[in-house]
Every structure is written in C-alpha cells, then in structure tokens.
Design a protein around this ligand. Structure first.
Ligand code: ATP
Ligand code: MG
Ligand code: MG
Ligand code: MG
Length: 370
C-alpha cells in the first residue's frame, strides 16, 4: 500500500504565501508510485481545509497543483477518539486507512514553533522534522542564542528585550541597544532589531542611527512580545548549510546568499519579491577548511538546538573571516529556489530522494516512540 503523506501547509503566520510554494514543491517531489499525498491547508484565519478546499488556497496560483487532485480519491478528514481516547486524524473510505505521516510545510509561529508538532504528538501521527522542543527553540531567537552560547558556538553580541521592560523604561532600553553598535565602525555601526519569534525577515529592521532605534523596536514589538537586538556585521557574508538526519545527521555543502541591495540586508523583499534581490551561490566560495568548519558548526548547532530530521543552519562570515551561527530554521523553505533542497541536490541528494529520506526518518522516529 502507498504511504499516505499529509502535506500540511498555509497557516496563519506572515509566511503563509511562502508555505504554499513550499507545499507545491514537496507534493511534486513525492514519488506517486509509493506515496499518496493528502493535502491539508490552513487558511489565514486558521481554518483547516482538506483536499479540494485546501487547493483553493493555492490552485489559483498553480494549475499543476490543481491537477493533482483529479487523481485523488474521495477523502474527508475525520477527527475521532482513538483506542486510548486520543485524537486521531483518519481518512475514511473503504479501510479507513489512517494518515501514515504528516509533512508540516508551515513556516513561522504556530506551524514551525512546536504548536502543530504538539498537536501531532497528541494525535499519535509521525511527522517530518523537529519535535516540540526543537521546533520551539528554533523559532525563539532568544532561547536559541542562549543554547548556542551554552554549547560554545560563536554568536554575535545581542540583547533580548521584553515589552514590559520597554514600557517601563524606554530610555534605559535604548541605551542598552545603542551599546551594541560595533566599537570599531566609523560613526554608528548598524544594529539589527528583530521579533524573537518569526522568519522571512518579517519585522526585522537594520538600524543605521541611534535615532532610528525607537521606531525599529516599536515595529518589532508589533509582531512579538519579545525582541532581539544584535550587533550588525558590516560586509557580512551569509552562508547556509542544510542538515539531514536524526542520530547521525549529515551536512550539505555550504551555500551562499549574495544580497543585491547596497546595505547587504537579506530582507523579505530580497527573499521573495525582487527578482534580483539576492542570488544563490552553490557551493559557497570558501576554502576547503572553511567549508569544513561551516559543516561542523552546523551539525553542532543542530544538536545543541535539539533539532531532528531537517534544518537549515544560517551562518555569518565576517570580513575578518570569523564564523558565527545566526539561526536555525527547522522548517526551511522548500520553494523551487530555496536553499535547503538546492544544497542537497548539489550534495548528491535530489529532491525526490530528499523527501523520501525525510519521510523515512519521521516513520522511524514514530516507530521508536510507539
Ligand atoms: P529566515 O527567513 O531565514 O527565517 P529571519 O526572519 O529568521 O530569517 P534573520 O535570519 O535573523 O531573520 O535575519 C534576516 C536577515 O537580516 C539576515 O539574513 C541578514 O541579511 C540580516 N541580518 C540579521 N542579523 C544580522 C547581523 N547581526 N549582522 C548582519 N546582518 C544581519
Ligand atoms: Mg529564521
Ligand atoms: Mg525561517
Ligand atoms: Mg535567516
């Protein structure tokens, strides 16, 4: 029998649209002789939609995804209590065969941060990628940095700021943030202000003057109750490395993002809107020793952050060639131009095999837990 893979996509986060593109990539990469996709879309208001309805979220964008549905049997999602009273997601019809595995292709809060993973744990369904803890840690830049620091993995200087502290004493907070400005830089060295829990550079601002701090902080607080301010590295090179596996994870060849904008900020627009906002270089132009160092630190970060299955580790390389871990993404982008699958392709694992391996890892983990 075919393995029924529920591809969970969309979601309420600011990264909804990216998720639709990622889901399309995953569904298209599935070997249809071995896997049967079950599409579950979450709309922007949080409603869960199955199959035909789910396609409405994306069909307008891509007729290829709509066509998939023609070959699909009649399926309805049925939530009912399992043998131990647990919630179960099953697909009725004939044998009432359950979903074998869920592939969450959700980016950002509630999808990538452990919430959906917790739901799937309760439902007793195996799923691709990190568990509740790894997902939550990977989405929270503050906790992520604390664990990286504890593992002695280099990170850039930063401060975490909570809404309550900001409301209490704005002046003191601004003082603390301004102190992050790199001492060596002429005038004011840039500072990055970010919501603690988000992605796709949503809510992130590059601050170029002390007078801009307040507005950037207010902006970031529109997305989260906690924000992270970081010392900006001028002339930074952005290196990314894909990790795959559970107990013995492997690292891909490193890739590089070459940002087109003069300020070198890989913004939301540079990621998804401007055609020439950024280009990808695979492999990154690094010495063999540097490439090796990137892979080692990516694997260390993956372990330190309790990730499993897959993750994209993003690093910074400074002009004086110091390497820092910027962040981990536990559900990396899977669009046709996304780094995660492209790095694996360049490392000898094409998309079809990658998706298969991710599903196999999820099933193995599910079997071990059962
Ligand atoms: P993703 O889409 O990868 O999940 P994100 O929203 O989690 O992104 P970051 O990766 O932390 O956000 O930051 C977005 C971008 O801002 C980086 O890719 C980089 O271009 C720039 N940036 C962030 N922090 C710094 C820094 N300390 N120094 C220089 N550039 C930075
Ligand atoms: Mg991120
Ligand atoms: Mg992300
Ligand atoms: Mg990033």
């Amino acid at each position: 029998a075919k393995v029924r893979v529920a591809v969970l996509f969309g979601g309420r986060s600011a990264e909804h649209e990216i998720s639709l593109l990622s889901a399309r990539f995953v569904v298209e990469a599935l070997d249809r002789d071995r896997f049967e996709p079950v599409l579950i879309g979450i709309d922007k208001s949080g409603r869960w939609l199955l199959q035909e309805e789910a396609l409405l979220l994306s069909a307008a964008r891509d007729p290829r995804l709509a066509r998939l549905n023609e070959a699909m049997p009649e399926i309805a999602l049925d939530a009912h209590p399992g043998p131990a009273g647990e919630a179960m997601l099953t697909v009725p019809g004939g044998s009432r065969s359950p979903i074998d595995v869920v592939f969450p292709v959700l980016h950002g809060p509630t999808g990538e941060d452990g919430c959906v993973q917790g739901l799937l744990e309760l439902a007793g369904v195996p799923y691709v990628g990190s568990g509740v803890l790894g997902s939550a840690v990977g989405m929270d830049k503050d906790v992520m940095k604390r664990l990286l620091r504890e593992a002695e993995i280099p990170i850039v200087p930063h401060v975490t700021l909570r809404r309550a502290a900001w409301d209490r004493d704005r002046g003191a907070c601004i003082e603390q943030i301004a102190a992050l400005s790199a001492p060596g830089s002429a005038g004011f060295g840039p500072i990055f202000v970010k919501p603690a829990n988000l992605g796709s550079s949503v809510g992130v601002r590059r601050v170029k003057a002390r007078s801009e701090i307040e507005a950037a902080v207010e902006h970031a607080f529109e997305f989260d109750l906690k924000i992270v301010c970081e010392q900006g590295i001028e002339g930074v090179r952005e290196i990314e490395c894909s990790v795959l596996g559970d107990d013995d994870p492997i690292a891909s060849v490193p890739g590089e993002i070459v940002v087109g904008h003069a300020d070198g900020f890989y913004s939301y627009a540079a990621k998804y809107i401007d055609a020439d906002g950024a280009t990808i270089r695979i492999p990154a132009d690094l010495s063999p020793a540097e490439a090796n160092a990137v892979q080692l630190v990516a694997l260390r970060a993956f372990r330190a952050l309790e990730a499993s299955g897959m993750a994209r580790v993003d690093l910074f390389l400074s002009p004086d060639r110091a390497l820092y871990v910027n962040e981990i993404n536990t559900i990396p982008g899977f669009t046709a131009i996304s780094m995660y699958p492209k790095l694996w392709e360049a490392s000898g694992i094409p998309a079809r095999e990658l998706i298969e391996r991710l599903i196999a890892l999820a099933l193995e983990r599910g079997a071990r837990k059962a």
